[in-house]
Design a protein around this ligand. Structure first.
Ligand code: GLU
Length: 190
C-alpha cells in the first residue's frame, strides 16, 4: 500500500506534503509524484523511484503554492514508470487525482470511455476514474464533489482518492472505501 498527502491552506503546501510522503514511505512504493497550485499556475512532477528522487527534481522548480497533493505509488495497474505515476489528469486537464487502491471494473469503464472519445496516457485504473468523474461532471454540469460521489457509484474496488479542479483550487475532494484516509482541519488552515 502506498500513500497520499495533501494540503490546502495558508501555509506553503509543498514542504508539508513532501514531509507527509516521507512519513508514509514505510508503507512501500515504487514511484512518487506531486502537484502544486500557485495562483493560476499548476505544476505536476512525477517519477519512478523514491521521494528523494522527486525532491531532486523539485530542487530546480517553483515550489510555491498553497495547494499540493503528493502520492507514493505501489503499482497495481501498469508497470512502475513516470507516466503511470500519480497524480493523473483528466482529458481536459482540469481535474487532478491521486489514488490508493484498485478499481476492479476499470477495464469495462475504460472501454466505454474510449467509445465516447476519451484517450489515455497511462495504463492505470486511476486515469480511468478521473475521466469518469470528468464525464459525469460535464454531463450533469454539477459540482466536483457531487460528480465524485456519482462516479463512484459505478466503481467496484477499494480506494482512497483525493481530487481537485485546477480552475477552482479552493477545495480538495476526498473519498474512501476500504482504504484509510485521515483529514485534519485547523482554524484558518483548511
Ligand atoms: N491502482 C493504482 C495504480 O496502479 C494505485 C496503486 C496504489 O495504491 O498505489 O496506479
Amino acid at each position: 500500500m502506498c500513500g497520499i498527502a495533501g494540503y490546502l491552506g495558508f501555509r506553503k503546501a509543498y514542504p508539508i506534503v513532501i514531509n507527509g510522503l516521507q512519513r508514509l514511505e514505510y508503507r512501500g512504493y515504487d514511484s512518487a509524484g506531486v502537484v502544486l497550485v500557485d495562483g493560476n499556475e499548476m505544476s505536476l512532477y512525477k517519477t519512478k523511484g523514491k521521494v528523494s528522487d522527486l525532491k531532486k527534481i523539485m530542487k530546480q522548480k517553483n515550489i510555491e503554492g498553497n495547494l499540493a497533493l503528493g502520492h507514493t505509488r505501489w503499482a497495481t495497474h501498469g508497470v512502475p514508470n513516470d507516466e503511470n505515476s500519480h497524480p493523473h489528469l483528466s482529458n481536459s486537464g482540469n481535474l487532478v487525482i491521486v489514488h490508493n487502491g484498485i478499481i476492479e471494473n476499470y477495464d469495462t469503464i475504460k472501454k466505454e470511455l474510449i467509445i465516447r472519445g476519451y484517450t489515455f496516457k497511462s495504463d492505470t485504473d486511476t486515469e480511468v476514474l478521473i475521466n469518469l468523474i470528468e464525464e459525469v461532471k460535464i454531463k450533469n454540469n454539477c459540482k466536483l464533489g457531487y460528480a465524485v460521489q456519482m462516479a463512484l457509484t459505478n466503481v467496484v474496488g477499494a480506494y482512497a482518492i483525493a481530487v481537485f479542479d485546477v480552475s477552482k483550487p479552493d477545495e480538495i475532494i476526498v473519498a474512501k472505501l476500504g482504504s484509510p484516509i485521515a483529514i485534519g482541519i485547523g482554524e484558518n488552515n483548511t
